[in-house]
Design a protein around this ligand. Sequence first.
Ligand code: CP
Ligand code: NVA
Length: 307
Amino acid sequence: MKQDFLAVSDYSPKDLQEMLDLAVRLKKEHFASGNQPLFKGKVLGMIFQKPSLRTRISFDMAMRHMGGDALYISPAEIGLGQRETVHDVAKVLSGYVEVIMARVFDHKHVLELAKYADVPVINGLSDYNHPCQGMADALTIIEKFGSLKGLNVTFVGDGNNVAVSLMHICAKLGANFTIANPEGYDIVTRAVDDARLFAKESGSTLNFIRDPHEAVKKAHVIYTDTWTSMGQEEETEKRKKIFPPYQVNAGLVAEADKDVIVMHCLPAHRNQELTDEVADGPHSVIFPQAHNRLHAQKAVLYKLLVG
Ligand code: CP
Ligand code: NVA
């Protein structure tokens, strides 16, 4: 049966760890002996309803490095759910490509694509989660600290799609996850309910608080993301008034563990959620983190295409 990659929460801790170990190995090979052409003859169809730098280019390059190819399908071209039903798009594309990646507004659309496609489907971000980002984030944390087990990972800002995948991978792999966000911007309840089960199994803790200063105490990782995600643009001005106390700046970073790393999935709104001083400072890992999208996604593609 085909396998999809729609959420880190769909995978066991063992499978996630195996994929991350594979990502470490593939990254090593990439810089040492070179990539094996394991995706030869395979084409990835990439459906985008929203803009992208990292997801688009890292998936395209992951396929090229491994001997395969990728096709960019623009929002205007396909009109997912508008020009044609999601069902019909899934069925038609399944006859042309070996794997599909989709970045959508409505999470239901990526679930529907996976349901009807005869080839594996990868979630390249929805309004609910961003699992490929979660994998690259875990890889980046592992490179710095060796594993997620027992670390304190703190998200400061909006309880958004990126926060959901980060919370789930932390809870699955034993990191203690804390989020500080303003009232009204909590992580959705169903994601929290799932995380509680995963944290119970891995023995980690979850904290949902309002005070960013309390949240970063003892943090090994501080993570932030945009205050306004794609699709919420009409709320930008309102959010700009609410979120400033949640800015990750040098003062906040100084309250965390002395070896804390600062992460951001990018694109960043510099000097809003993250100051230049921190983004370009000694604790920041934002660019290695972005580069790790390539290596983490090679491992995801390998799992779905090779097994
Ligand atoms: N982090 C991330 O997914 O970036 P893009 O929106 O540029 O793909
Ligand atoms: N939360 C952001 C992530 C962008 C990669 C958004 O959805 O726009």
